[in-house]
Design a protein around this ligand. Sequence first.
Ligand SMILES: C[S@@+](CC[C@H](N)C(=O)[O-])C[C@H]1O[C@@H](n2cnc3c(N)ncnc32)[C@H](O)[C@@H]1O
Length: 387
Amino acid sequence: MIRVEIDGVAAGGEGVGRVGGKVVFVAGAIPGDVVVAETVLDRGRWARAEVRRLVEPSVHRIAPRCRHVGVCGGCDWQMVPRGVQARWKADMVRGQLRHLGGLEDPPLGGVELVGDDFGYRNRIDLRSLSGRPAFHRAGSRELVALEECSIAVPALQDVLSRVGELGAVRRLTLRAGIETGELAAFVTGHAPPGASTRWGIPVHRGDRGHLHEEVAGRRFRITGRAFFQVNTAGAERLCELVADGVGSGRRMLDLYAGGGLFALTAGGRFETVTAVERDRRAVADLLHNAGGEVEVVSAPAVTATARLDGDWDAVVVDPPRGGLEREVADALAAWRPPVLVYVSCDPASLARDVRRLVDAGMTLEEVRIVDMFPQTWHVETVARFRG
Ligand SMILES: C[S@@+](CC[C@H](N)C(=O)[O-])C[C@H]1O[C@@H](n2cnc3c(N)ncnc32)[C@H](O)[C@@H]1O
C-alpha cells in the first residue's frame, strides 16, 4: 500500500501523484485527494494504483446525484462541480499537447460548457444481467444491474424505468432524436413479446431500423447502432466550430464522416464535398442524408487517402479514439491542405497526431475545447491547422 497525494489528472481521468519520484496513476482519485492505494502495475518510473482508502477528501468533492457513481464506468467525475471538471479537462488537453505533442505553449482556447449538466445523452447502451438492464462495472467485464442513468435525456430515463424484464435480450441500445422527438430501441437477441407496447417505442432487431435527429438545420437518419454524436447540443456546436474552421472554397474532404454531420453542414460553403466512411450503416445513412449533394467514398480512410488526389481547400478529420492511422497522417502531411480541422475525442491520440503533422511542416493555429460530456472525464477538441 502507498499513500498518494493527488495533484493532477491523466488522459484517462485517473488522479496523478508522485511517490518517491515515481509517477502514480490512481483510478478513482481526484486532485486534492490523499489516498491509500494499492499498486496494480509497476513499470519502474510510473505505476498504476487503485484507491483502497480515502484519507483526506479533495475540497472539490460534492455529493454525486446518481447512486451508481464509483461503480459504473460512465460518470467518473460526478463528485465534482462541472466548472472544476472543465478546468481539469483543459489541464488534460494542455498536458497531452505538451508531453506527447511537443508543444511547450499549445494554442488553447478556453473550455466551452455546452448543453445541460445532466440529462444530455441521446443514447444509452445496456447489457442484460439475469434479464435486467445492466452496465459494466468500471474497468471490468463484470455486470451490475442499472436503476438509473442521470446523464441520459429524460425521455430515455423514462423508457429505462419501463423496460423491466429483458427476456432474451443480450444488448439493448436506446436512442433519442432530441429535435425530432423520436425514440427507438435496438436489441441484440430476442426482445420479450409486447416490448414495443410496454416500452412505448419502436423496438428494432439489430441494425434493421433507424431514427432521425436534426442538427444545424439538417435532418440526419441514424441506423441502428451507427455512430452519432451522443450530445445533440454538442453536435450543433461542433458543426459551428468546424464551419468556422474550414471557411469556404472549392473542394472539401470529410474523413471519418459518419452520417455526414460535417460534410452536410460545414461543407455547405464548398463547391464540392467528398466524404469518406467505412461503416456500412453509416455509409447508407450518409448516402440517404446527402441525397446526391456529397461524393461518398465507402472505404477505410487508409484506402481512400491512397486513392484520392491531394487538391483540397479544406480537410476535416474526426477519427475514432485511436486517432489517425499512420498512413492517413502521412497523406495529410504530404497534401498539406491550406486548412485542416481535426475533431478529436481523445487528447492523447490528438497530441501524437499534432506532433506528426507539425513535424511535417503544418502549423497548429488553435485548439478549442468543448465540454460536451459533463460528469465524465471525456472531452472533445476541435483543432485547426494551416498547411
Ligand atoms: C468519431 S466518428 C465521427 C463521425 C462524424 N464526423 C460525426 O461527427 O457524426 C468516427 C467515424 O469514423 C468511422 N471510421 C472508423 N474507422 C474508420 C476508418 N478506418 N476509415 C473510415 N472510417 C472510419 C466510424 O464508423 C465513425 O462513423
